[in-house]
Design a protein around this ligand. Structure first.
Ligand code: ZN
Ligand code: ZN
Length: 326
């Protein structure tokens, strides 16, 4: 034991700073603090270590250290955390706390109705542990992410207080992906329809990996909702199959840029479709996605030729617009 026991301990008789306080620190924060403390100790040797100092010397060192600020010392941890800004702070709520509190203020009644519905549906039992006390309705998609699903019955689940605290969005907190072990939600999608002019790559549907498990799909807005659906379906299938095969989507971006360049230089036909090229890294996935797309188009009674023409028109008008407006 490096520290003195009993009356010689600097904390003797004092109430520990953390008494009765609970801190939800992430492992990352704990590690950071550990490191900072270590550094601080290295630069400010403890006056109680070694026991070679005389009482006068100890007092001198103590006084010397008193004035110095160690923002990371455990006794100042509370203040340290308060000082952390944005994402650094374990209590960060995505920067929308005020907005959401205000929003809740306006929707108290709806929340109460929703809460009761969820609890009743689940038979007043925690869905995880079965407890019947201290029950709360948990939002699966957090309200901080979108308020559109705040009162959706399917988005509510009954949890006891303890189980609720373990969820990744408890109290609006965003702790990142929690269910790694359980393998829940390994692949997530964000799908949006956007104006054709907003597409970064020259296509009616594009996808990119936002992180290891999040695929973002942008589909161009179209007059026919069936068309939008078909393109979305295609991108949905293709992107997942690629991710599953472990292909680096950045490599694909590179190939596509090269492909576009070669089209401009006349090395490839103007109307060449990337996914249909012999050297396309996602040729197989594109072909399979098209197969399903065609099947569904048939079911929807979508004329494939007309659909194809419309997509071409969308791309053409997109390319021509800037020069037309000049
Ligand atoms: Zn529970
Ligand atoms: Zn494709």
């Amino acid at each position: 034991m490096g520290y003195n026991q009993g009356k010689n301990n600097p904390m003797y008789g004092k109430i520990p700073w953390n008494k009765g306080k609970k801190l939800n620190l992430t492992e990352e924060h704990k590690e950071k603090l550990r490191k900072h403390l270590e550094d601080w100790r290295k630069n400010h040797p403890s006056p109680w270590l070694g026991r070679k100092h005389t009482p006068e010397e100890i007092e001198k060192i103590r006084k010397g250290n008193l004035g110095k600020k160690c923002p990371y010392a455990i006794k100042n941890l509370g203040k340290y955390i308060k000082g952390l800004k944005g994402k650094e702070n374990p209590n960060w709520r995505g920067g929308t706390t005020k907005k959401i509190i205000k929003w809740w203020g306006k929707h108290r009644q709806e929340k109460e109705i929703w809460r009761k519905k969820v609890l009743e549906r689940d038979g007043y039992k925690c869905k995880l542990c079965g407890k019947t006390k201290r029950l709360e309705a948990h939002h699966i998609i957090p309200v901080s992410e979108t308020t559109l699903t705040a009162f959706l019955e399917m988005n509510g689940i009954t949890l006891c207080r303890e189980c609720h605290k373990k969820t990744e969005s408890y109290g609006g907190r965003i702790k990142g992906i929690r269910n790694k072990k359980e393998g829940i939600g390994k692949t997530k999608w964000l799908i949006r329809t956007i104006p054709q002019e907003f597409q970064v790559f020259r296509d009616v549907g594009n996808y990119q990996l936002a992180n290891k498990d999040l695929i973002v799909i942008f589909v161009s807005e179209m007059e026919n909702p069936d068309y939008e659906f078909l393109v979305t379906l295609h991108e949905f299938i293709e992107s997942y199959l690629l991710k599953r095969r472990g292909i680096d989507l950045k490599e694909i971006d590179k190939w596509e840029n090269k492909f576009e360049q070669e089209k401009k230089e006349g090395k490839r036909p103007k109307k060449a479709v990337a996914g249909e090229q012999k050297d396309c890294p996602y040729k197989k996935e594109h072909a399979f996605a098209t197969k399903i797309e065609k099947m569904v188009a048939k079911y929807l009674k979508v004329n494939w030729g007309q659909y194809d023409k419309y997509l071409d028109y969308l791309l053409e008008s997109y390319v021509q617009k800037p020069s037309n407006s000049r």
